[in-house]
Ligand binder design. Structure first.
Ligand code: IPM
Ligand code: MG
Length: 368
């Protein structure tokens, strides 16, 4: 049997630096666990624009459709602000999500014990936090038509459309309920049914999926603004949160920060199963390309490393190896190893991106 295939798209800014650490870890799994991948690498975002004049070349798109999983670093940067909207780096990422039909975006927000002091919230509010945001990723206002900037009388009007079909809501709701069954068995669905028709439909469909197929899972509904407030007030009330594309974008950044640093959080974007039974999948850190610190060895590679752990779990059926990697990260943090984003303690010197990667490999070695 051939090795599972991985397409690596480091992208822009700190993307290549954090991905370099993941490549070391992929190498470690090949050497020490005989878990080998066929790895190929390509360009996305600004890097692809610089090379090809497009943020995602068709041959890269085709490759992404063929592999077992895609691992992406980050896209974007101030250098590309002047570009036309249609070729901005972010369009490359959005095309991947849309054409691979990666409708369920899993964004865990987990607070590592060693980092509970780094949160801007009180320690007892975040210690032990473990929630999962399931964000719809291929529809809603990100993709709805009509969209654009149009002339209307003597001024211009900017238009985006929030649009959800029943089947789009149905399938992401199922993803959330399935996940909840393997976790705390609780789902909170967030929308704005008080002001948006799409929110009314969202609530109805989630409730119907629940009543028909997941009555064993505890379901609640919340307006997304109240949800944001509750996330800051007492986040541990949540297990799985399911929400639309735009609210999910906002709520997941807020949830990420509860854990102390945006540099810690991975994500998985999953679609329907392929012929081999694996879901179409793309894994990426929640953080962006952080152009202000790019190229300085300051970036925290943990979010990208944990994204690879999610790939081990969700694409490659290697739950035990995913646990091993997550425990290695936990161990390194417990030992006090800190990149610059995690400082705050007296007398701690930050390690570089690459030293953090080496420390994780050390902890992996120690786990054997
Ligand atoms: C995210 C990012 C993206 C989004 C951008 C880079 C297009 O903020 O993944 O959360 O808005 O979805
Ligand atoms: Mg975002």
């Amino acid at each position: 049997m051939s090795n599972p295939s991985l397409l690596i798209l480091p992208g822009d800014g700190i993307g290549p630096e954090v991905m370099a650490e993941v490549k070391k870890i992929i190498g470690w799994y090949g050497d020490k666990r005989d878990l080998k991948f066929d790895v190929s690498e390509d360009l996305v975002g600004g890097a692809a624009y610089d090379a090809h004049g497009t943020p995602l070349h068709d041959h890269t798109m085709a490759k992404a459709q063929e592999v077992d999983a895609v691992l992406l670093g980050a896209v974007g940067g101030p250098k590309y602000d002047v570009l036309d909207f249609s070729v901005k780096p972010e369009r490359g990422l959005l095309r991947l999500r849309k054409e691979m039909d990666l409708y369920a975006n899993l964004r865990p927000a987990q607070c590592f014990d060693a980092l509970a002091d780094f949160s801007s919230l009180k320690k007892d509010v975040v210690a032990g936090l473990d929630i999962m945001i399931v964000r719809e990723l291929t529809s809603g206002i990100y993709f709805g038509e009509p969209r654009g900037i149009f002339e209307e009388g003597n001024e211009r009007v900017g238009i985006n459309t929030q649009r959800y079909t029943e089947s789009e809501i149905d399938r992401v709701a199922r993803s959330a309920f399935e996940l909840a069954r393997r976790r705390g068995n609780k789902v909170c669905s967030m929308e704005k049914a008080n002001v948006m028709e799409s929110g009314i439909l969202w609530r109805e469909v989630v409730q119907k999926v629940h009543d028909e197929d997941y009555p064993d899972v505890e379901l609640s509904h919340m307006y997304a603004d109240a949800g944001a407030m509750q996330l800051c007030r007492w986040p541990k009330q949540f297990d799985v949160i399911v929400t639309d594309n735009l609210f999910g974008d906002l709520l997941s950044d807020a949830a990420a920060m509860l854990t102390g640093s945006l540099g810690m959080l991975p994500s998985a974007s999953l679609g329907a199963p392929m012929a081999n039974g694996r879901p179409k999948a793309l894994y990426e850190p929640v953080h962006g390309s952080a152009p202000d610190i790019a190229g300085q060895g300051k970036a925290n590679p943990i979010a990208c490393v944990l994204s690879f752990a999610m790939a081990l779990r969700y694409s490659f059926d290697q739950g035990a190896e995913a646990d091993r990697l997550e425990k290695a990260v936990e161990k390194v943090l417990a030992d006090g190893v800190r990149t610059a984003d995690l400082l705050g303690e007296e007398g701690v010197t930050p390690v570089t991106t690459s030293e953090m990667g080496d420390a994780i490999i050390g902890a992996l070695d120690a786990s054997l």
